[in-house]
Design a protein around this ligand. Structure first.
Ligand SMILES: Nc1ncnc2c1ncn2[C@@H]1O[C@H](COP(=O)(O)OP(=O)(O)OP(=O)(O)O)[C@@H](O)[C@H]1O
Length: 265
């Protein structure tokens, strides 16, 4: 469904953030992207929807190659890719409902988008999504009245109302406490399963990745260092991905009864 071929990104500063990445994500697969700071995780996610322009290589979404698309083609392709951000990227002064509906802006015409008048079917779908994530009662609240976890749920609804095939998720839990982080990761993964959605989740917390996904890709210095199931992330493998970084701080800890306890931060 998504195929990256020899994807390279070199920033103007000379930083080689991605070195010839080859990656294939089948339909419906949820994949966690891990790796140390500066490994290229955010760059990879942003090169897929061209928030960052790749230097060379190809990005295939289905049978469309994205790197050479011009404005209208790119706009159409971006509808297929919902994005969820670390800092939620909500419009603070707008309501929850308005923020969710803004996910439809890629579909409605220019004038409609200016006046923010959305078809009733979009409003109905927004209510359904808010209900699904437990925020129905909050629909009329302003975004700046919400907690971090609630904001991220709004961000999730905004991405899903696009009706995407692929979710690009950039550090969805980095601003949240451990318990809320787990709830948000669980919610994202459940929704992907319910909707048969593929997702790439950039996540610095290895423990969370291990808990919720079936495939982990480890980046190091802009290259794929590991690609496999979470149970194959042995201490040796983590050391190759993270080098000297203290990966043990991000690993799942289980108490004597087998219950997971908070991972140290
Ligand atoms: N806008 C930019 N201009 C120049 N260099 C950049 C830019 N954005 C990222 N880089 C560089 O590209 C490399 C990869 O950065 P990126 O943010 O993709 O890594 P990351 O794995 O997401 O890191 P983190 O986990 O800290 O967010 C780093 O060396 C970084 O300094």
């Amino acid at each position: 469904m998504l195929k990256l071929k020899k994807l390279v990104k070199t920033y103007r500063t000379g930083d080689q953030a991605l070195k010839s990445i080859e990656l294939e994500v089948p339909e419906g697969q949820v994949l966690a992207l891990i790796g140390p700071s500066g490994a290229g995780k955010s760059t990879l996610i942003r090169c897929i929807n061209r928030l960052v322009e790749p230097t060379s290589g190809e990005v295939w979404l289905g049978d469309i190659e994205l790197t050479h698309l011009k404005s209208s083609g790119l706009r159409r392709a971006r509808r297929e890719m919902g994005m969820i951000f670390q800092e939620y990227a909500l419009v603070e002064r707008l309501t929850v409902m308005e923020n969710v509906l803004s996910g439809r802006l890629g579909y409605v015409g220019f004038w409609r988008s200016l006046t923010r008048r959305f078809p009733q079917s979009d409003v109905d779908e927004a209510f359904r999504l808010l209900d699904r994530v437990g925020l129905l009662a909050m629909a009329d609240k302003r975004a700046d009245e919400l907690s971090g976890g609630q904001r991220q749920r709004v961000g999730i609804c905004r991405a899903l109302i696009q009706n995407p095939k692929l979710l690009l998720v950039d550090e969805p839990t980095a601003s949240l406490d451990p318990k809320t982080s787990r709830q948000i990761m669980r919610l994202i993964c459940e929704l992907c399963t319910e909707r048969g959605l593929a997702a790439i989740i950039n996540i610095h917390d290895v423990a969370l990745a291990q808990m919720f996904v079936q495939r982990v890709v480890g980046l190091r210095f802009g290259a794929v260092e590991f690609d496999g199931p979470p149970e194959a992330l042995t201490p040796d493998v983590l050391t190759t991905i993270y080098g000297e970084e203290d990966w043990e701080a991000t690993i799942k800890k289980v108490d004597d009864d087998g219950n997971e306890i908070e991972a140290a931060e």
